[in-house]
Design a protein around this ligand. Structure first.
Ligand code: NAD
Length: 326
């Protein structure tokens, strides 16, 4: 079938092409939006990415154009209005797990880069400056790491930090699961109060929106580190900036940002920064930001391509994908 692939990135096309045996892909570099939905004309299926806008109006247009299937090349699906998809009788599937290791390992890379001041240290070496002042880190061994959301990625994160000799606190709304490493299930407030490092691995939902805000930040152990590789909307960025300025939070490692849709995944180096909040956030010395790249390993890209093609092949053959969202 003809598939319109929105937000097509150079880094993923060769993986999709290698796996695809029976579909015709129309690659569109632009994001799906009210303005670009018409570009799907003639397609039976649309392949999305996290930056795409599959809200009600856009879905109405897609359905009117004859689109029957939506597959998102991501685990998260907060960019899709599932209720509207259901009422329009469009089938929708995602990639539930492509590599929880990729994301958890990136979260750990953020922790260690911040802890051991790797960015500043590397810049000094380039400048022939071998002074070690202000580069003091801390031993991970014995520190308490709080993991919010013990799903696929949070579980890998728990194993990784266990390897560093950390005590692990977990907050999750789901019942406890058996893990290979010792963890303590606690309330959200206990996790916030006792953790030296907090790593967010819960999805963005109405319940998790701004989970980290001025009120919850007050509960934090002073000087704790915050890591977010989940979704930007879990953090109220304005409140985070204030906490980073006062030292309530000593450092933040962020792979996601609440308004990243208009910034990430493109080269804006010759454009002025128009998002003042983001400009302020990235100017802080104790912040390390990556542009939603935690998933970006060859293993993950291969798995995303395989599952996306599996979803499309199954629909083409009249079947039901195991990755359908309802
Ligand atoms: P998962 O569904 O396996 O796990 C999510 C966990 O969060 C579950 O255990 C769930 O019970 C828990 N949870 C749900 N609501 C909660 C709440 N209100 N409070 C506490 N815990 C709650 O998902 P996953 O595969 O581990 O992925 C987690 C998130 O990571 C995704 O939703 C996605 O947003 C994000 N993600 C980011 C990237 C990236 O490149 N940065 C890549 C993949 C996924």
């Amino acid at each position: 079938m003809l598939v319109t692939v929105y937000s097509a990135h150079n880094f993923e096309i060769e993986y999709l092409e290698k796996e695809n045996k029976q579909h015709q892909f129309r690659y569109i570099t632009e994001q799906l939006s009210v303005k670009t939905a018409e570009l799907a004309a003639g397609s039976e299926a649309v392949a999305l990415f996290t930056q795409d806008d599959a809200s009600a109006l856009v879905l109405n247009t897609l359905q009117a154009l004859g689109v029957k299937y939506l597959t998102t090349r991501s685990a998260g699906y907060d960019h899709i209005d599932l209720q509207r998809v259901r009422s329009l009788q469009i089938k929708v599937a995602h990639v539930p797990a492509y590599s929880p290791y990729a994301i958890a390992e990136h979260a750990m890379a953020l922790v260690m880069a911040l802890n051991r001041k790797l960015i500043v240290a590397a810049a000094r070496i380039k400048q022939n400056n071998y002074c070690l002042d202000d580069l003091i880190g801390f031993d991970m061994n014995g520190k308490t790491v709080g993991i919010i959301g013990l799903g696929k990625i949070g579980s890998v994160m728990a194993k990784i930090v266990h390897g560093f000799g950390c005590r692990i606190l977990i907050y999750d709304v789901a019942p406890p699961v058996a893990l290979e490493v010792p963890v303590e299930y606690v309330t959200l407030s206990k996790l916030l109060q006792q953790s030296d490092i907090i790593s967010l691995h819960a999805p963005l939902t109405p319940e998790t929106k701004y989970l980290i805000n001025a009120e919850s930040i007050k509960l934090l152990k002073k000087g704790s580190m915050l890591i977010n590789t989940s979704r930007g909307g879990l953090i109220n960025t304005k409140d985070l900036i204030s906490a980073l300025q006062t030292g309530q939070i000593s450092a933040a490692g962020l792979d996601v940002y609440e308004k990243e849709k208009d910034i990430f995944f493109r080269d804006l180096s010759d454009k002025p920064v128009t998002d003042d909040l983001f400009a302020e956030l990235k100017s802080l010395p104790n912040v390390l930001i990556t542009g939603h790249q935690a998933f970006l390993t060859s293993t993950a890209l291969q798995n995303i391509a395989e599952t996306t093609i599996y979803n499309l092949d199954t629909w083409q053959n009249g079947g039901t994908s195991i990755n359908e969202l309802f």
